[in-house]
Ligand binder design. Structure first.
Ligand SMILES: [Zn+2]
Length: 187
């Protein structure tokens, strides 16, 4: 059984994740379950908050998405084969924008099904994180990987992509958002 996901309106989505001090067997197991859940729910990323855990851990896989939404990445200044690092587990991650340029693209969220909207974000960022092996790594990315990482790191701080929408845009999705908030109490 995949992990249960919580939906828009659930308090877990507004909690800031606790820093992971020790990457032990339980964290490895949790990361595996997160990856399985991400594939099950067909998202390109999933954060711990979305399964009701307040931890600084998220998983990403943009391989499918990259077919229609290109992405580039670099490590130590050299181009990186994105497929080779997927699925990606990011622990205690940080995002550092490296350009003033922005990109304005569609986003969706496993916790907010049926809602899609454009969000403005930095076009290129550094993603600094710890791997499951405990190594401190840094990847520079643009395109879908950069966007997915920013969306997931937002989750780890209790921020949702809908927080960036204008009141008018939010209004357009109000009926669905209300229905989702009710869904939390059903499951
Ligand atoms: Zn999300």
């Amino acid at each position: 059984m995949p992990l249960d996901v919580v939906y828009y309106g659930h308090p877990a989505l507004r909690s800031k994740g606790k820093k992971i001090e020790k990457i032990d067997a339980s964290i490895h197991e949790f990361a595996d379950q997160m990856i399985q859940a991400m594939y099950h729910y067909e998202g390109c990323g999933l954060a711990a908050q979305q399964v009701g855990r307040s931890l600084q851990l998220a998983v990403i896989d943009v391989v499918e998405g990259m077919k229609s939404r290109p992405s580039k990445a670099w490590q130590h200044g050299k181009p990186l084969d994105i497929e080779s690092i997927m699925p990606l587990v990011i622990i205690n991650p940080e995002i550092i924008p490296v350009t003033q340029k922005t990109s304005y693209e569609i986003e969706g969220c496993i916790s907010i099904p049926e809602v899609y909207a454009k969000v403005k974000r930095p076009a290129r960022v550094k993603i600094r994180y710890q791997s499951l092996e405990g190594n401190l790594l840094e990847i520079e990315a643009e395109g879908l990987l950069a966007r997915a990482a920013m969306h997931e790191v937002d989750h780890l701080h209790g921020i949702l992509f809908t927080d960036y929408l204008s009141p008018k845009e939010l209004q357009e999705h109000q009926a669905i958002l209300k229905r989702l908030a009710q869904r939390n109490s059903v499951f």
